[in-house]
Design a protein around this ligand. Sequence first.
Ligand SMILES: [Cu+2]
Length: 436
Amino acid sequence: MPVIRHSSARRRTALALAVAGLAAGATTGAGPAAAQPKAAPAPAAECSAAYRIEQKLTTGTTWRMCWRYHKEAGLVLEHISYQPPAEARPVKVLATARLGQIHVPYDDGRNEYSDLTQAGFGQGLMDLAPGECPGGTIKTVRVPDAWDPSRENVKGLCTTTRSRGHAYRMQGDTANKVFQKQGKDLLVYTVNQVGWYEYITEWRFQDDGTITMNVGATGTLAPEDYDAGDGRGWPIGKGAKDYATSHSHNVFWRLNFGLDGSSKGKVEQYDSKVSSPAGGRPAPTNRTTRTEVVRELAGDARNMRWWRVVSATGKNKDGHARSYEIVPGPSAKYPGRGYTKHDVYFTEYDKCEQFASDNLPDCGAGHGKSVDKWVDGQVLEHPVVWVNIGFHHIARDEDQQPMPVHWQGLSIAPRDVTAMNPLTPAELADQNGHRE
Ligand SMILES: [Cu+2]
């Protein structure tokens, strides 16, 4: 972010503070996250109560985690565990999860920003109005090394629940018996302002064990970007005027898995190949192959390709290794930089490797500054997963005003974490595997 946009961010921050003052009467009181009963096995005290998020959803699944706030990366979630109704104890999923960068290159080649490390993403944490955390709890966040001392404590972290629609539906043996469940999610989110944009960083913890992470860009288009005179923009004023310069938002997530409490994990890639009918078969065939990703990898999404991280230690009650599958959302991959050329990077854990581009810590001479440089042949024992989801933003008239949220992100979905559907009703609990 150039200096000019920095100053606009600061100006707007003061405004936001005034608005927040009006909402200051809103308490961080009883929402579902606070009100829910403290159920049986107490989680390990990995953090103090103020930094703990624990939510038992109405469908019986409990999510537990700790949160903290990083001055550049913003919200960091740690020690994330999942306990579906039939599990006696929490299953650890992630040791750490957070954003790894938001890279914003403009189509005219004149500007390129690393929003987390250069543009004050973490510093731009916004106060939330009570109405934007419906039914939930807004926690106060201390922003480390706050540039603006009056903005050190921000009512900026919402935890709440939301209905998801059908978790499943199945017609029973008789016409009047329908097994159906309406899914419920825990949502955890912050809003961070960068220049004229506001990014919603949303984490959705589903009662079926899926974690969906999205960044939503909203706020307003930067007025100084209305200058695309070289055919690289879209007119958003009246007639052939006010061409907003097109740009990309390449968002990285950094996921440090800790399945079953162990940092040791394996990565697998699956590919399927469909062939024409042959050998007297009436239909095409499909062969799926597994490739063990033994060493660090810069991976590219492809039709019928997927990856999973497999626990080296934990098994479910069927004796199958627990794993989480990576399910990227739609992505417009930006080939302009080495670190944006690939959809996913699996790197061996190195605590110095913190940001997908413009890595801030000094990791010593010759240590690359971006994630693509860290893929250098190391054996994966403790894999860190970096997922790159790009959005090419060609503005449209509807982007004024305010700009509607445009979302981008991914899910990680449990694969063999439980032996059956984690929300299986008691009547169907014996239906595991073949049945007559
Ligand atoms: Cu944009």
